[in-house]
Design a protein around this ligand. Structure first.
Ligand SMILES: Cc1ncc(COP(=O)(O)O)c(C=O)c1O
Length: 365
């Protein structure tokens, strides 16, 4: 087992629900809900509003600490699409240069690039690893120069890993910027900007960080902090460092207290302990699947917190709904059965997953 015990008591998940879809939308722990409710109560009595700048700064510092950054390197933004669009606006992207992303990447790390003057290239994985494919795409003889490599540390559909340090090194050697969508990584696995050296890196609070929707963070490397925000506003006007990319209506009375409470919990547990607990859970879930003869991915090639099952013959229609009917909640991401447990998941959830999957597959003959 792992050093971090099951945290189910902090969540409001009925015993009969096995919630394994945190890569989509995590449940929030009770202290996070309560912090949001206190914030909403203050909005009902606005004369009580005080110290919201200090709150924003505490959240900024908490986000920075999670990725080994300084608070002044972090902007508060509403979504990953906004963060990536900010990066796209502030990187040198010559006409006809190439911007690389992983094939079947999440749209928030694709669509903003399509508004630039570059040719946006989806790198197919092929028979090897994502890392090999991206390195080969950067170095492809005769191809246009690469201006940006926009990647994730793990593919959002199945958790397959990308070696960001290696990709970043190759990008820098090629004169390209490195932009990391760390949505599926931060708080679930160690992330260190000193090691990866991204130009920009973004992550939201609503998945692995256990916070609300509509609040995300954009890390900007010190040499990328002189750019323009997407939305000039009173918060970012004249601000120094990454604060110059802060969003309008930044001092949100509901999402910021939720983020503060969530980041406190995450820091208290420690990311290595969270990662170890989630790796324990996905290993057991993989055992349950392989015990019924299903192929499972090599643990060395996937992140510890996401298990993506590719069923022989493809994902049967209605399987996700069938599992949900047995209160086992997972996702279909491009034909992959994506399973993402968080620290509330225990042995009973894993057993329930195994039974429900067996039942659903048996019902299909
Ligand atoms: C890899 C990745 N990026 C971004 C997002 C969310 O982006 P946004 O905050 O723009 O909705 C998700 C959500 O599933 C994701 O998996």
């Amino acid at each position: 087992m792992t050093s971090l015990s099951c945290q189910r008591d902090l969540f409001e998940i009925p015993r009969e629900v096995a919630y394994l879809n945190c890569a989509s939308f995590s449940p929030i722990p009770r202290p996070v809900r309560e912090a949001g409710e206190r914030g909403a109560a203050i909005k009902a009595q606005p004369w009580r509003i005080a110290h919201t700048d200090a709150l924003a700064e505490r959240v900024r510092a908490g986000a920075a600490a999670l990725i080994g950054a300084q608070p002044g390197d972090i902007a508060l933004v509403p979504a990953i699409s906004h963060a990536i669009a900010t990066a796209a606006r502030n990187l040198p992207i010559p006409v006809g240069s190439r911007i690389l992303h992983l094939a079947n990447e999440h749209s928030s790390n694709v669509l903003p690039w399509q508004r630039t003057a570059a040719t946006v290239e989806a790198v197919e994985r092929g028979a090897g690893t994502w890392t090999e494919a991206v390195l080969a795409a950067i170095a492809r003889p005769g191809a246009a120069p690469v201006s940006v490599v926009a990647v994730s540390p793990l593919h959002w559909t199945d958790g397959s890993l990308v070696d960001i340090a290696a990709v970043g090194e190759a990008a820098r050697a090629a004169g390209a910027a490195l932009v990391v969508d760390a949505t599926q990584a931060v708080a679930a696995m160690p992330v260190d900007v000193a090691r990866w050296q991204p130009d920009f890196l973004a992550f939201p609070t609503y998945k692995w960080c256990l916070g609300s929707y509509n609040l995300a963070f954009l890390y900007a490397a010190p040499h990328r902090q002189g750019g323009q925000p997407l939305d000039p506003n009173g918060y970012n006007q004249g601000a120094a460092g990454a604060r110059r990319y802060d969003m309008g209506e930044r001092n949100n009375l509901v999402t910021l207290p939720m983020a503060e409470a969530a980041l406190d919990l995450v820091q208290g547990w420690g990311v290595p302990a969270i990662a170890a607990r989630l790796a324990w859970a996905t290993d057991r879930l993989a055992e349950a699947a392989s015990g019924m003869g299903l192929p499972v991915p090599d643990p060395a090639g996937r992140a510890g917190h996401i298990l993506g099952l590719r069923l022989p013959g493809g994902l049967p229609t209605g399987l996700v709904e069938g599992l949900a009917a047995e209160d086992v909640h997972v996702a279909d991401r491009q034909g992959v059965l994506r399973i993402g447990p968080h620290v509330h998941v225990d042995e009973a959830d894993i057993a329930q997953f195994g039974t429900a999957l067996r039942n659903c597959l048996a019902n299909r003959g």
